[in-house]
Design a protein around this ligand. Structure first.
Ligand code: TYD
Length: 151
């Protein structure tokens, strides 16, 4: 049997390895009103982490891609507060695509998940709530290095 097909020699994921299946969509509260709808997010209540940082992507040109990295420890919630975009999730073994297109739905992404954002609609805004302040040392920016770490 060729080596590549022998399950006993195939690389096995590390114990407690992050999985794309752990990234989940959460429904946020919606206060509907004829004057306009309102959604709120409270750290602890709606998120499994306290919010240390908020940032947002906007004025994204058609065809642009953002992300292209993983984080060692950071947890994030992504929300398409305007328009839509897609998120490619990659745990080093499997990939999954999620489309975000509602301001009351968020995508939770934990540590050690590679993510790429694309297919931004015109005028879209990606709001990100993060569990830690910005720290470049928390990033994997090289996909091969990320995969080598998780497998
Ligand atoms: P990056 O995280 O690579 O952006 P994205 O994943 O959305 O494509 O960050 C782009 C640049 O912005 C990089 O130089 C770091 C800087 N930056 C900060 O200074 N603070 C932040 O909170 C974030 C998210 C990025």
């Amino acid at each position: 049997m060729p080596t590549a097909l022998r399950p006993d020699l195939a690389p096995s994921p590390r114990a407690n390895a992050a999985s794309v299946d752990d990234c989940r969509l959460i429904e946020l509260p919606r206060i509907t009103d004829p004057r306009g709808n309102l959604t709120f997010i409270e750290g602890g209540a709606h998120l499994p982490f306290s919010i240390e940082r908020v940032y947002y992507l906007y004025d994204v040109p058609g065809g642009a891609e953002r992300g292209g990295h993983a984080h060692r420890a950071l947890q994030q919630l992504l929300v398409a507060v305007a328009g839509s975009f897609e998120v490619l999730l990659d745990d080093g073994r499997r990939r999954r695509r999620v489309r975000l297109d509602r301001p009351y739905r968020g995508l939770l992404i934990g540590p050690m998940i590679w993510r790429e954002l694309d297919e931004f609609s015109s005028g879209s805004v990606c709001l990100v709530l993060a569990s830690q302040c910005y720290d470049e040392a928390d990033y994997y920016r090289d996909h091969a290095a990320f995969v080598a770490e998780v497998l």
